[in-house]
Design a protein around this ligand. Structure first.
Ligand code: NAD
Ligand code: MN
Length: 501
């Protein structure tokens, strides 16, 4: 008789899933298939300023954990305002002396070289991304790192073709860009920021997120080996106040920020009335809409991908599910069965679907919001999976009985938690989907092309997926409406924030 762990007090387990587990137990379990390629993690990582790895002026380092074990992986330099200043000075000098002067084709060559070196070192970068951030190796290997290389390839191609992107105009670089990025797609966010900025002739000071700085420092090695002139890219690690020092530095011409809406609003206020330009990519509360004519198995698979992918640490996650009433019972049953088969655990295991929550703080935020959902009267359904005893984990979960006023329907949870609601007519679906302060993405599932076009036109979201979800491509612009931010990354549109036209 297989051992079925007791459900937690909050857990309501679907009877069908219970029966399945009793009948089959571990029969469906895969043998562990851990990624075993050896990688070198340094004992500590310094700052990357002016083409050199340098110690932080404070002499201080802070730990970066592996969230799957809660053990220290390495130490990261704590950059101070002084270090930020050095980096900005280096970036300014590189801008004036080399990067804005060399032929755009030369800039393209460096970017192509970086892209190829990322491909060569893809395995190493994927493993490091998984160890430092907790995401499954399958995702870092198949999604993050290939997209990182694709982004550099794509913008490398634009470097000498800016006149064609903006015909009849004279595109010029802005100068020195300060870029602050989050922990959910650490190297991919670095690529989204660096590639277009460099292609357009800007130099950069990048501030990675404090829990996930390791791959950025390996990218610094690649940038150095690629022979990129000193000071063109500078990377200063540290917590939020290091980011604030960068935002406030008078020598910066442009700030690009991806992260929480709260910090984004604060930055927007700080920069108001200065000459710095700003792009923000903030939170989301995307609706995935299942119409009654949708292929339901595909739709549920897309919903699963939309919210449990990368532990729900996705700004464009499909965190609200709107189901047409007539198919609600079927969808609910499929969803309940499917979360039961998601494999949660060792992120380095190639079979893992859902990895570790990025940090203790993030786990706390998720738990607090989930508790609020229960307290406000929504019904919580959780996978009955066993969670590892060490590290930070959260069971794939969803709420039913959610009303539009519940916090779990309004606030970004940024974890593997879905809020399910119903609707009767397409018009009601659109009203509900748009009833949010965010507007980053949305998904539509239907058999009818006409419905897709009609609904996509009415949804107030920057990215709309039809019969798919969470698909990315460097040629396609990404960005939000309302409190999800402004400015676009990716595509020709992604060049604009880094140019004066
Ligand atoms: P955050 O906004 O605090 O951190 C994002 C980045 O900004 C990090 O590099 C951080 O060091 C830096 N930062 C923090 N304070 C700063 C300041 N005052 N000035 C300049 N830079 C600053 O996000 P978080 O605390 O890590 O996560 C909180 C919530 O934000 C999450 O629960 C999630 O809802 C949301 N989030 C969204 C995204 C996204 O992609 N849109 C990414 C990460 C987090
Ligand atoms: Mn870490």
């Amino acid at each position: 008789m297989p051992r079925i762990p007791k459900s937690t007090a909050l857990t309501k387990r679907a009877p069908h899933a219970e029966a399945l587990a009793l009948q089959f137990g571990d029969a469906w379990a895969y043998a562990p298939a851990p990624e075993t390629t050896p990688v070198t993690v340094k004992d500590r990582y310094d700052l990357f300023i002016g083409g050199k790895f340098v110690k932080p002026s404070s002499g201080k380092y802070f730990p970066s954990l592996n969230p799957a074990s809660a053990k220290k992986l390495t130490e990261i330099a704590r950059g101070s305002a002084r270090d930020v200043d050095k980096a900005v000075v280096a970036a300014r000098a590189a801008y004036a002396k080399t990067w804005s002067k060399i032929h755009p084709r030369e800039r393209g060559k460096y970017l192509f070289r970086i892209a190829r070196m990322i491909q060569e070192r893809a395995r190493e970068l994927s493993i490091l991304e998984t160890m430092d951030g907790g995401k499954p190796i399958r995702e870092s290997r198949d999604i993050d790192i290939p997209l990182v290389a694709a982004h550099f390839f794509y913008y490398a191609g634009w470097a000498d073709k800016l006149d064609y992107a903006f015909p009849g105009k004279t595109p010029n670089p802005i100068g020195v860009a300060g870029q602050v990025i989050p922990w959910n797609f650490p190297l991919l966010m670095a690529a989204w920021k660096l590639a277009p900025a460099l292609a357009c002739g800007n130099t950069v000071v990048l501030k990675p997120a404090e829990t996930t700085s390791v791959t950025a420092m390996h990218l610094a090695e690649i940038i150095r080996e690629a022979g990129v002139p000193d000071g063109v890219v500078n990377i200063v690690t540290g917590p939020g106040d290091t980011g604030a020092a960068l935002v406030n530095h008078p020598g910066i011409d442009k700030i690009a920020f991806t992260g929480s809406t709260e910090v984004g609003k604060h930055i927007a206020k700080t920069l108001a009335g200065t000459s710095k330009t700003l792009t923000l990519e903030l939170g989301g509360k995307a609706a995935n809409i299942i119409m009654e004519d949708a292929p339901l198995d595909q739709a549920v698979e897309g919903v699963i991908n939309g919210i449990y992918f990368n532990q729900g640490h996705v700004c464009c996650a499909g965190s609200r599910l709107l189901v047409q009433e007539s198919v609600y019972p079927k969808v609910l049953r499929k969803l309940t069965d499917r979360i039961e088969t998601l494999r949660v655990g060792d992120p380095l295991d190639k079979n893992t679907d859902v990895g570790a929550i990025n940090s203790k703080e993030q786990l706390g935020r998720i738990a607090e919001l989930v508790d609020s959902g229960v307290a406000e009267g929504a019904d919580l359904v959780q996978s009955n999976c066993r969670l590892p005893s060490k590290g930070y984990w959260f069971k794939p979960s969803f709420f039913t009985g959610v009303t539009a006023s519940h916090r779990v329907a309004r606030e970004e949870i940024f974890g593997p938690v879905l809020s399910v609601m119903t609707f009767r007519t397409p018009a009601e679906a659109i009203d509900r989907a748009n009833n949010t302060c965010y507007g980053l993405s949305a998904g539509i599932w239907t058999d009818k092309g006409s419905k897709i076009f009609k609904m996509a036109g009415a949804l107030r979201a920057g990215v709309i997926w039809a019969n798919t979800f969470n698909k990315f491509d460097p040629t396609s612009p990404f960005g939000g409406y309302k409190e999800s931010g402004f400015g676009r990354e990716g595509g020709v549109q992604g060049l604009m924030p880094y140019l004066r036209v």
